[in-house]
Each structure stands twice: as C-alpha cells, then as structure tokens.
Write a protein that binds this ligand. Structure first.
Ligand code: BGC
Length: 554
C-alpha cells in the first residue's frame, strides 16, 4: 500500500520539540523556561511533598485546611507548587501516535471491509438500521409545488414554506419562502412522550399564523413533509413507527413504536391547524432527495452535524425481502431501487480502534455503544473527546498551569464550535483563539501560547481522525453499492455525495481531508481518480422534506 502522502495530513503532523525536563512551560520562550526549570522543579517537589504529608495527617485535616485554605481547591487553581507525571510534549506525542496510527490507507481499507461485514446481517434483518423507505425513484428535478417543510434536528426545529419550481434557466429551483427556527434546548429535549409532540404542534401553529404564510395558502390545508433526524421504521410514504432516539431526546418514553405521523397530527388537530402529513423521511434521506433534485448523479447523502448518518439509493435486491414486509405488492413489483437510511452511526463497534478517551466517553454515555461511529466523528462528540484529553493534560501534564476552568470539569462543556474556531485561528500568536478560550472557559490568567498550541494540535488530531473514519465509512457503502449494482470499481462512474451538517460544512479543512482520504481509498480499490465528490447541500434537510412530498405529486 502506498505511503500516505497527503499535503494537509503532512502539514498537520506536529513537529514536537525534543523531550524537556521541565514539567510546565509558563512562557512563550522555551529558553527562559528551561533556564528556570532546574531550580523551580526541586523546589516545587519539596513543597508538594510537604503539603501532601500534612494532608495525610488525618488527625488534623480541618486545621490544615483552615491554615492553608488553598489546599482544598489546590487541584483547581493555578498551582505553583506542583510537579506533573509528564510533559505536555510527551502527552501530545502520545495523542498523535494514538490518533494518527490508524489513518494509513491500508488500515482504513481494512476498517471499510470490516464495516461491510457488519452490514451483511443488518441488510438481512434489523429494525433499527439499514432501513428501507417507500421512496424508490429519485426526483427528476422537474417537480413543482409549495409545501410546508418540517425539520426536526438535534438542536433546532424548523418550519418553512418551501417552493420548488423545477429546472428553469437562470432561476433557483428551490426556494425557502419563509422559515421559523425554534431552538431545541435541554428542557425541550427532555420532554417526555407526547409532551414533545405537543411542543412541535405549538411551534407549527406559531409558524403558520404568520400573515405571509396565510397569504400563500389561503384557507387550504397545507401538505407537510417531515425530515426527522432519528431512525424511523417507515410504514408508508407518510407514516412510520417511532424508533429509539439518540441525541439525549426523551420523546420516545411511552410512545416508542407508535405512528410518528399520528403523534404529530393529534396535537395539530387539537389546535385545529390546517395541516396534514404527506411525507416522512429521515434527514439523511431528505438530503439525498434534495441534492438529487438538482444533480441527477447523486446516489448518496452524508449528514454530519450534531448527529451522523448516510443515506444511499440501492438496488432493492441489496436488502432481504423480509425488509419489505408490509409493503404493497404493487410497490414490490415495480420498484428496482430504494432509498435506504443506513443509520451508519450505529456501526463500527470493534472496527475503529478506540483510545482511552473514546472509552471514557462511551462508559459515561447515557446510551453506551448505541452509536459508536457517531461517538467518534459527530459534532456532539468532537469537543467532548478534546475536553477529556484536556482534563487529563491539566491534571497530569500541567496544561493551563494545572488549573482546570470550573465549567470544563462538566461533561460536554467544551463545544465542538469552540474547538473548530480555535483550529481556525492560524495567526502567529493565536490571539483570537486565546481570547475565545478565555471568554468561554475563564482561567485566572489567560492561556499561554503553548497551552493554545497544545489544544489546537489535539483538536486537529481528533478532527482529522474523524474525517478519515468518515472516508472509510463512505468507502464501505460505496463498495456495497457497486457490488449490489453488479459493477466493478472502474465501472462505477462519477458519484456525487450531498453533504449537510455543521461539521462537514464548516469545520476547518474537514471536507477536504475527508475527500483526500476518500480519493486515496477509491483509487486503491481500482476506481478512476475523483470518482466520488463530496458536495455541500445547503439547507438540504428542509428542502428534502419538500422534495419528498413533491415526488408523490409527480
Ligand atoms: C440519527 C439519524 C440521523 C443523524 C443525523 C443520528 O444520530 O440516528 O437518524 O439521520 O443523526 O441527524
């Protein structure tokens, strides 16, 4: 296998200084640090042993804490009398080794192969992943109409009037006429069972009382299309059974297995809302539909934001006939292909090598092992993996001079958006990154250049691994598709992948890195160069919800 020689990959490789004896660098000048270290460390060690000995005197703990009040909060505060297990450079070297070692093309190809082995039984039987829809054909791009599109994401519920006008020279084929966004914060996320659907109906009402919406629809009932960012077991094009939801939602409590359409429509009827459900699709499938509306070469869609998923248009024969139980005979007779919600986030256990920080994240997760792939690559988790490394670095290697900002001790307090912005600061002094970190996680003294440099390199390693694992995941489904189409890699032709979600759209260098790994993997498998292209599909979930309805009308 050729040695990985990616430009970005190389530039991301860190040039770490030779090992230093100094436990903690406090200035930007390594020389000054080294000069200071020789006497500071023994002195610190002396004080630390003395204080530890005093603390061990069980008879007098309260006396010690009253005489030395700082002792009780010693772990949290910037501590001048502390030595560490290792240097930050040592830790960084370890993080680099653990995160980069699996990214060689041969290893990624192996992971792709093992993912395909995991697909096989799920294509035969599973009611939680490799879920077929009732959408057999992709849109032609000529469909037209105006619809009410609903998009329930991990952190926002959006209600929009979407106009589809077909391919017209010089004009946009899809347009959001009006849209309202409602944040899904923790109190909403924790609404149990029907309370969540009541909340949705209340927001639909708030959106459609808008005079602009009233003017569009008059007194007619609005046909609604729903993009649902969770698994759903379709029972028809407009209905589906509610399956387990990730992302911290509790809406399935007491409602699991019930009809999603009815759960939404019942509170809408109670409020006399002039709406009816026309179509339900998973958000990844919606992305595929919306992208295919504009580019007929689209067969895949990737969502990578808070959550992660891939939808694929596959030959119906790729799934066992039992997967179509309950489908009308007419559908079974005429469908050659089917839009499949793979729920790829649920694969990957024992495929992707994990680090101790991944294991810690999984152990403390409300649903350990539910979505192992998502835990390593999605926006909900990238910041958390970095945070776990940071916490270890503060405690064992003296990052931030051993001071852990109070909030950072809380799980999920380091947002992926924050680490992305820190990575984005490529300036000489990291001035913006330092200010941003200090504003989000105040330290008694702002982080040093070295602290931020450590943080940036750790987050680059974490996000680069995510981009490479995503490439392995896409490669595995690309292989599944060409095999089930009976094609060889070089016959597969050009494939466009619609991509949506904050990580793939906005995380610095993420899409480019993923594309580079993907090119390498597909070429190694015998495909023409550039046979897969990752293309951004803006607002695709909301557009796709409308496209799904208009496909019915065609
Ligand atoms: C859900 C999928 C969804 C994806 C992206 C995952 O956590 O299980 O159904 O498509 O997030 O929103």
């Amino acid at each position: 296998m050729p040695k990985l020689s990616l430009k970005r990959f190389k530039s991301r490789r860190m040039t770490l200084p030779p090992e230093s004896d100094c436990a903690r660098d406090t200035s930007d000048s390594p020389d000054t640090d080294r000069q200071r270290c020789w006497y500071i460390k023994p002195m610190f060690d002396f004080w630390q042993s003395l204080l530890a000995a005093l603390e061990r005197i069980v008879m007098l703990p309260s006396l010690i804490h009253s005489v030395f009040p700082s002792l009780s909060s010693r772990k949290r505060t910037r501590d001048a009398v502390r030595s560490y297990d290792r240097t930050m450079d040592d830790l960084l070297r370890e993080v680099q080794r653990l995160f980069e070692a699996p990214l060689e093309p041969a290893k990624l190809l192996q992971m792709s192969g093992r993912l395909q082995e995991q697909f096989a039984p799920k294509l035969q039987a599973s009611n939680i992943c490799m879920l077929p829809s009732y959408n057999d054909k992709l849109p032609t791009g000529l469909e037209q109409g105006t619809y009410l599109a609903l998009d329930v994401g991990g952190s926002t519920f959006r209600v929009a009037v979407v106009e589809l006008s077909g391919k017209q020279a010089g004009a946009k084929s899809m347009r959001i006429v009006t849209m309202k966004s409602y944040a899904i914060n923790n109190p909403v996320r924790y609404l149990r069972g029907t309370a969540f659907f009541d909340w949705m109906a209340q927001k639909i009402e708030a959106a459609i009382v808008d005079p602009q919406v009233q003017r569009i629809n008059g007194t007619k009932s609005f046909g609604m299309g729903l993009a649902w960012s969770f698994p759903v077991e379709q029972t028809s094009i407009r209905s589906g059974n509610l399956l387990a939801m990730g992302k911290g939602f509790r809406a399935t409590e007491g409602t699991l297995g019930q009809d999603l359409s009815e759960l939404i429509m019942a509170p809408c009827r109670k409020r006399n809302l002039p709406v009816h459900m026309e179509s339900i699709v998973n958000d990844a499938s919606a992305t595929l539909l919306s992208r295919a509306y504009e580019d007929p070469a689209t067969r895949f869609a990737v969502i990578l934001g808070t959550g992660f998923n891939i939808a694929v248009h596959l030959p119906t024969s790729a799934l066992a006939t039992s997967k179509y139980n309950g489908y009308p005979q007419k559908w079974i007779d005429h469908a050659t292909h089917v839009l499949v919600n793979t729920e790829l986030s649920m694969f990957g256990k024992n495929v992707f090598p994990t680090t101790r920080w991944d294991d810690l994240l999984n152990e403390n997760h409300v649903r350990p092992d539910f979505q192992p792939f998502e835990h390593m690559i999605s926006g909900r988790y990238l910041g958390e993996i970095v945070r776990l490394i940071v916490v270890e670095a503060v405690r064992t290697a003296g990052l931030f001079s051993g001071e852990l900002p109070e909030k950072l001790a809380e799980p999920y307090s380091l947002e992926t958006g924050t680490v992305a912005a820190i990575e984005m600061d490529e300036s000489k002094n990291f001035t913006q990154a330092i200010a941003l970190f200090q504003s989000k996680h105040a330290l008694s003294k702002p982080p040093s250049y070295k602290d931020i440099s450590f943080l940036r390199q750790v987050s680059q390693l974490v996000s680069h691994r995510a981009a490479a694992y995503l490439a392995a995941g896409i490669h595995s489904l690309w292989n599944l598709r060409i095999q089930s189409e009976g094609l060889s890699a070089n016959e597969a032709g050009r494939l466009a992948i619609g991509c949506n979600g904050s990580v793939i759209e906005k995380y610095p260098h993420f899409r480019e890195l993923c594309q580079t790994h993907l090119d390498e993997l597909t070429i190694a498998s015998g495909a023409e160069p550039h046979s897969i292209s990752l293309e951004i599909a803006v607002e695709s979930a909301i557009f796709g919800a409308a496209v799904a309805v208009c496909c019915l009308d065609a």
